[in-house]
Design a protein around this ligand. Sequence first.
Ligand code: COA
Length: 204
Amino acid sequence: MSDQAAPSPGPANSNPSGERGPVLTGQRLRIRPIEWDDLGHVCRWWNDARVMREVRAERFSVTLEQLQSEYWPAWRDQKPEGPGRCQCIIEFPIRAGAQPIGEIGWSLEQGTEDSGGEVHVHIKVCEPSLWGQGYGREALRLLVSYLSDHPTLSAYPIIGEPGDWNARCHRMLEQCGFVKVGAGRFTGNAWCEPCAFIRYRHGR
Ligand SMILES: CC(C)(COP(=O)(O)OP(=O)(O)OC[C@H]1O[C@@H](n2cnc3c(N)ncnc32)[C@H](O)[C@@H]1OP(=O)(O)O)[C@@H](O)C(=O)NCCC(=O)NCCS
């Protein structure tokens, strides 16, 4: 028998309020905070070239062990109002037997507008066979509604910055009430190749 400890979720969430993110239920899907048991799905998604090439991250790869040791501690302790990204899972369908089909999250970032900050939203529907069927739109609308009603996050503009090639994402953002307000260039990071992006702002 191995004397190595099995990976575990570690200590309970250190966020005193205990709220790691919302549970939002739409017509077809539900959004909920990420759990330890989701890491296997995230590992599959983040190593799926079909998904990652859409965000110019096809050279990125991750192991389950990295997700457990490097990513999970921040996700375990996350709070909706930051710091860092609040990472949630999109589940479908909402009845019994729901399966994770993607991820959605946001982070409070230093703003480029005169607002003291801005909320950046991120979304991936990670099952390519489900693209183009309105799931992204439904999930993003749920999130925008949550952010718009949040006691502190509602003070900030909601921003999306997809790559300039990502027409499906542009269309989804526009259908969710975002308007194009600019453009820019990522210098690249461990995730993403250097690339051009379009800046969208929710028009609430
Ligand atoms: C972007 C993404 C979240 C959108 O989710 P989705 O469920 O596919 O989106 P929806 O079906 O709600 O909306 C997409 C819209 O774009 C349209 N569309 C699809 N392909 C398109 C294309 N090549 N050009 C223009 N519009 C396109 C769809 O027809 C749909 O519009 P419609 O409802 O008017 O027909 C999803 O495709 C995804 O996760 N892609 C990979 C990762 C990614 O790109 N994430 C976004 C980073 S910002």
